[in-house]
Structures are given as structure tokens and as C-alpha cells.
Write a protein that binds this ligand. Structure first.
Ligand SMILES: [Zn+2]
Length: 266
């Protein structure tokens, strides 16, 4: 049986999101340079679009509550509640004790990909992020433009934090546009070239005020390698859109989880 019965989760009201995204005004646009990251805010009730431009490029996504960095995207629980790979209708859940939807995926031009003959899919929450520690462990060399370092620098810049203080807030990502799976024989994590092409996009509805960081992975389309300068890399475009006010009538940010937090002591 499935570990979690997702029928109990807050219902994905497709009609509501469709109505909200029907009339949008773009309020911000920025570019994430290749092998680098940017951090920016997306207010609750706005849409975030990550758009492929120029060439196939994977993005590593981190989300925080804009007012409290201790509430951040919980990749493991999101995977357990939804699936190893996400698409329209899935939520990005936050860490304990709040455990609530931070964002909802409202559009995905790669949803046609589904599962391929190797069992791979797009937009996984099974990878962590490429990082300089694992790289040193496996290759014995230092590389400074892994997604972990890119996200760390972007957060430090955005929040004016010392690098070491920013680093502890960086967490396991959603691998936007990345094509991954587990090998059938040994169940090991594999990647293959992303099917993403310029014009493709994934869109999220911000359920709470978000601080977002996005890294354009040094792996490029992640068809060969990462954690070095060999792959061809491209920028990613980010857009923030505001829906018409009337479309959000009656909508509210999801409240934090109501568990008593007594943990059996009362
Ligand atoms: Zn990466």
C-alpha cells in the first residue's frame, strides 16, 4: 500500500489556479547566469516562472519563508507525499513544525515527458544538489561553482549574511528540468540529458511569502557530468507575475500545521 494517503491532502483546486493565472501582470524579471545563482522574493499570491532560454539547462531550487529562514522546503517529505518527480498539482512542503505548502506547481510544459523507458522523469526531489564537499571526496579537487556554493553566495548576498551563516540555510533542492531516476538493477541515482528546450517553463504559485534561490547547475543539461567547467551551461530566466486581485478573493495562505508539539509530554 502507499505509505501516505494523499487523498487527505489539501485539495488541488485547478479551477482556482487557472482563474488566477488567466490574467497576469509581470512584476519582476531576472536572469540567473550560468554556473551561478540568484536569490529574490516572491510574495504570497504571486506566480513564479522559471523559463529555459538559450539552451538546455537544469536549475537547483531552494525556498524559504521570507520572514523566517528556519522554515524551508522539505524535499524528503514532499517526495514521500507526492512522488520522486513533481509536476502540475504537486505542492512543495515546508519543514517541521510548520509542514505546509510553500508553493504549488500550476503549469509545466515538460509534463508530456512522464516516465521514460529507463524509469526517468523530470523535476526530481530525489537529488540533493551538487556540492564541493562530495566533489572533494570523490575527485580530490576543489570546485567552487557547484549549486550548493552558488546558492550559498546568492543567499549571503541577498540577506547580507556572512557566507558561513548563509550556508547552513541551504537545503536539498527541487531539481528543476533535471531528468533523473534510479537504475533498475542497483537502484542508484542516475541522470540523463534534460529534454528542456528554450521556451519551456515551470510555474509555481507562492502559497506564502517566499525567499527563493535558483542556481543554474554547472552540469548544464546534466547529460554528462557536473561539478566542473566542462559542460555547456546556459542562463535561466525568472519571472514573477501578479494575478488580478479579484482572482484571489477568499484565498488565504495555508496556516502552519496544528500539531500540539507536546511530543507525549502532556
Ligand atoms: Zn548542480
Amino acid at each position: 500500500m502507499l505509505t501516505y494517503s494523499v487523498e487527505q491532502l489539501p485539495y488541488f483546486d485547478a479551477a482556482f489556479y487557472d482563474r488566477a493565472r488567466a490574467e497576469l501582470s509581470k512584476v519582476a524579471e531576472l536572469t540567473v547566469p550560468p554556473r551561478d545563482a540568484n536569490a529574490f522574493e516572491v510574495p504570497a499570491g504571486h506566480f513564479l516562472r522559471i523559463v529555459s532560454v538559450e539552451g538546455p539547462q537544469v536549475g537547483d531550487l531552494n525556498l524559504w519563508n521570507a520572514h523566517d529562514l528556519s522554515e524551508r522546503f522539505y524535499s524528503g517529505k514532499t517526495r514521500a507525499l507526492h512522488a520522486t518527480h513533481l509536476s502540475t498539482g504537486d505542492r512543495l512542503w515546508s519543514t517541521f513544525p510548520r509542514l505546509r505548502p510553500m508553493a504549488t506547481i500550476t503549469h509545466d510544459t515538460l509534463d508530456w515527458y512522464g516516465w521514460d523507458e529507463d524509469g526517468a522523469g523530470v523535476h526530481d526531489v530525489i537529488g540533493t544538489r551538487c556540492d564541493p564537499y562530495t566533489n572533494l571526496l570523490l575527485k580530490g579537487t576543489e570546485y567552487h561553482h557547484c549549486c550548493h556554493s552558488n546558492l550559498t553566495r546568492a543567499l549571503a548576498r541577498e540577506r547580507n549574511l556572512p557566507l558561513a551563516e548563509a550556508e547552513v540555510h541551504v537545503h536539498d533542492v527541487m531539481n528543476v528540468f533535471m531528468c533523473t531516476g534510479y537504475t533498475r538493477d542497483t537502484h542508484q541515482y542516475f541522470m540523463k540529458a534534460s529534454p528542456v528546450r528554450p521556451g519551456d517553463l515551470i510555474e509555481f504559485f507562492a502559497e506564502i511569502d517566499l525567499l527563493v534561490a535558483l542556481s543554474a547547475c554547472p552540469g548544464g543539461d546534466c547529460g554528462a557530468g557536473h561539478s566542473d567547467d566542462t559542460a555547456k551551461c546556459y542562463p535561466l530566466k525568472v519571472e514573477v507575475h501578479r494575478p488580478h486581485e479579484s482572482a484571489l478573493t477568499g484565498w488565504q495562505s495555508p496556516p502552519p500545521n496544528k500539531y500540539s508539539r507536546s511530543h507525549g509530554t502532556r
